[in-house]
Design a protein around this ligand. Structure first.
Ligand code: GCW
Length: 671
């Protein structure tokens, strides 16, 4: 056996009894007993180096490691190289952060039972791998399903919660190097001096783990904080205000990352309020940050009625601005053109602004995928995005965090895997979704005596789970069939007097006696024409359009025969059934894992799977019964007849409002 092969047995001896603890996530377990190998650190006073050395000294049981800091262009800022030799391993990097990522790499390999016996060079695809917290200053989290915000603003800067350091460590261990602390629906208060002191305290802690802090800013801050009469980006006084504010921020936080901005979207102020463009607004902020090396991440999530089809609006507003943004502005674009639906085609803005830096915004929190009650492993969704948008064509990735102050951080234990997978894919989008799932399982849930067939059952459950959610919620390109406000359950019938039509399901599904789906072809809204010609042609033709996007781009007759040889209606029914069946299957997969996972964890996930199966049934019954009113066709024989009536489904009231998530007890009571 190669002397650097890390044997699982040795690790077990060294670590001793292993028990799942949701609070520790996938972090390296500290060694208890055994002899530690020699870790030689480079001569450096940098605190990031000290953390890297400390991690290996605490938890590494393999060969001796020599850590070397030397400039190497090929490694960029965060990359590292590991070279095994007779005397041990050499871990080298250009910068301290590279050593830290190298240390976590070694520990990940060790803790998931893999060997490090060949030379490896690992360089992240993106320099900026960032989490976006939608945390409000009152401690609530918009679309957060894991408790309250981790940031205890009332206690900061005096009280330092131990979780701040853990948070930074967890992120660093998966390569995340930036965090936007507050909601894009931003309170201007975050830029007040008192709050900046609190932010500075967090930045002081995160810095040791190579994590930079960024803030979401409210475009009207000069008016709201200091009573300026305008926030017009071309006004000299406004520009000066931002310049002074940036200077103040950097005097407190020298490595501050920059601003994230949601402007002229869903009621947020922005440059368009003053007759200026998004580029005018972004560039004015960019100018203020430039002397300090800061950046502006300017969101393209806008949908003012520039076109009757909401899916076209961001493109209509942003594409003409190509080439107008300053070099330190990155346009941050949601993966799909509407809004984080269980499945969307990619946003056509990607690739449509060749002279503009772009970054992708993924949603890690499961706003539209069952909150923290459903298993929905999202790596396959993000990989699907990268099948259409080449990783090289964008500059960075951001993920809307699913983290709160729940003891296990994410609510659903399996939602931890989404945080993990986001970091791993932000580092390397070519990683395989099932490899990441297996790795996460090995590092967290799985005990060492679990047989391979049980383990692969769990991997399979994770990898298929997002498709299952798509199937029981909105298959074949359906989207936004959600209940108004909380986005948890089905309400394809939803009508809220006075609400924007494009916030209501009927706007999207367009069910009528002729068929189902949104006609976005050239003879419909024309959204297909925003895609490159070769793809637009395929999407425009109902016979060629991939089935998973069919009802996104076409209004399809109920009895149209699809590629499968069956009608659209029958195919739709079978998708709903298959999603529901998958969740029932997951229940038995999880049961088979019972002897090999922690008992409390097993119970927790089992309970959530019961809720998920019931919800899948609820979705299936509600949507199929509702659509059947228009199709007037019977359910195929292999689809289980609905358990509920449409009237009963329409009466379901979870008793929750905007942004809230139903509790398990309230779900038990209504279904
Ligand atoms: O997905 C929608 C959410 C809003 C969110 C908005 C956005 C932060 O329902 O809660 O606001 O998108 O991304 O700005």
């Amino acid at each position: 056996m190669n002397r650097y092969l890390i044997s699982l047995a040795a690790i077990i001896c060294a670590i001793g009894a292993w028990a799942y603890d949701g609070t520790k996530l996938w972090l390296p377990q500290q060694a208890t007993g055994g002899t530690s190998p020699e870790i030689t650190s480079p001569k450096s006073k940098d605190s990031v180096v000290a953390v890297a050395v400390g991690e290996l000294r605490d938890s590494w049981h393999g060969a001796p490691v020599k850590m070397v800091l030397k400039k190497d262009k090929a490694l960029g800022r965060d990359g590292f190289r590991i070279i095994p030799s007779e005397g041990g391993l050499t871990l080298s990097a250009s910068e301290p952060s590279g050593l830290l990522y190298g240390a976590y790499y070694l520990l990940r390999k060790q803790d998931s039972g893999q060997s490090v016996d060949t030379e490896i060079t690992d360089v992240p695809r993106y320099d900026l791998r960032i989490l976006n917290h939608w945390d409000n200053l009152d401690g609530t989290i918009e679309r957060g399903y894991a408790g309250h915000s981790l940031w205890k603003w009332d206690e900061l800067p005096d009280v330092e919660s131990p979780r701040y350091r853990e948070y930074a460590r967890v992120n660093a261990s998966i390569g995340i190097n930036g965090t936007v602390l507050n909601n894009v629906n931003a309170s201007s208060k975050i830029l007040s001096h008192d709050y900046l002191l609190k932010v500075a305290k967090l930045a002081d802690i995160f810095r040791h783990y190579g994590i930079r802090v960024y803030l979401s800013v409210n475009f009207a801050s000069p008016m709201q904080l200091d009573g300026l009469s305008t926030a017009d980006p071309l006004d000299k006084g406004v520009a000066k205000w931002w310049k002074n504010k940036a200077d103040e921020v950097y005097s407190l936080i020298p490595d501050f990352g920059g601003f994230l901005v949601k402007a002229n979207s869903e009621g947020q102020p922005g440059p368009c309020d003053f007759g200026r463009s998004h580029a005018d607004g972004a560039n004015m902020l960019a100018e203020a940050l430039k002397p300090h090396g800061g950046i502006v991440m300017w969101r393209s999530f806008v949908y003012s009625p520039s076109d009757p089809d909401r899916a076209k609006q961001a493109y209509v507003e942003f594409e003409p601005l190509d080439g107008q943004f300053a070099p330190n502005v990155i346009v941050q674009i949601k993966n799909g053109p509407v809004d984080f639906q269980p499945r969307e085609p990619y946003s056509p803005l990607f690739g449509a602004m060749p002279a503009t830096k772009q970054m992708a915004e993924f949603q890690v929190t499961q706003e539209y995928l069952g909150h923290s009650n459903h298993i929905a492993y999202l790596a396959p969704m993000w990989k699907e995005f990268f099948e259409y948008v080449s990783p090289e064509s964008i500059s960075a990735v951001a993920g809307v965090a699913n983290v709160g102050d729940d003891s296990n951080w994410t609510g659903h234990p399996f939602a931890q895997a989404n945080w993990y997978a986001f970091g791993r894919l932000a580092w390397n989008p070519d990683e395989d979704a099932s490899t990441i799932a297996r790795e996460w399982l090995e590092l967290t849930v799985v005990e060492d005596d679990m047989p391979e067939n049980v383990k692969s059952g769990l991997v399979d459950m994770m990898v298929t789970s997002r498709e299952a959610v798509v199937d029981y919620m909105m298959p074949m390109g359906l989207h936004h069939l959600f209940a108004f406000g909380h986005h948890y359950g089905p309400e394809p019938w939803c009508d809220v007097p006075g609400a924007r039509p494009d916030w209501l399901p009927k706007y999207y599904h367009r069910a009528d006696s002729a068929g189902l789906g949104f006609d976005r072809t050239l003879s419909g809204s024309g959204a297909v024409s925003q895609y490159p010609d070769s793809l637009a042609g395929v999407l425009n033709d109902a016979d060629q359009c991939p089935e998973e996007f069919l009802l996104w781009f076409h209004h399809v007759p109920w009895n149209k025969t699809l590629k499968s040889g069956d009608t659209m209606w029958n195919t739709l029914c079978r998708h709903y059934e298959s999603g529901y069946d998958a969740v029932k299957r997951y229940q038995s997969v999880w049961d088979s894992a019972k002897p090999y996972v922690d008992e409390a964890l097993h119970q927790d996930v089992s309970r959530r799977l019961i809720a998920q199966a019931r919800d899948a049934r609820w979705w299936k019954d509600a949507c199929l019964l509702y659509f059947q009113q228009y199709s007037n066709m019977p359910f195929p024989k292999d689809v289980e007849a609905p358990e509920h009536t449409l009237d009963a489904m329409k009466k379901v009231n979870l008793g929750i409002t905007n942004y809230e998530s139903p509790s398990m007890d309230s779900l038990d009571a209504v279904r």
